[in-house]
Design a protein around this ligand. Structure first.
Ligand code: ZN
Length: 70
């Protein structure tokens, strides 16, 4: 596993992701372009850009750094 260096304390960062749990269903959080449009059944999605979020965590101070790569 690749590691990054923490910009806050220079500790080593470990790759992970933001977990989303909804009624037992587990998924990876995504970044969606634009402001959220809320409807009756939650946030409405159109054809805007959407990327899964990759989050790195510092093992020393707990700082989180996220990437949403296309
Ligand atoms: Zn750190």
């Amino acid at each position: 596993m690749r590691t990054n260096t923490c910009p806050k304390c220079q500790g080593s960062m470990v790759q992970g992701f933001m977990l989303e749990e909804n009624q037992g269903l587990k998924s990876v959080s995504s970044w969606v372009e634009g402001a959220p449009v809320k409807g009756w059944f939650g946030v409405k999605l159109g054809r805007q850009a959407k990327y899964e979020i990759q989050t790195w965590r510092c093992g020393r101070c707990g700082f989180l750094e996220s990437y949403a790569k296309g």
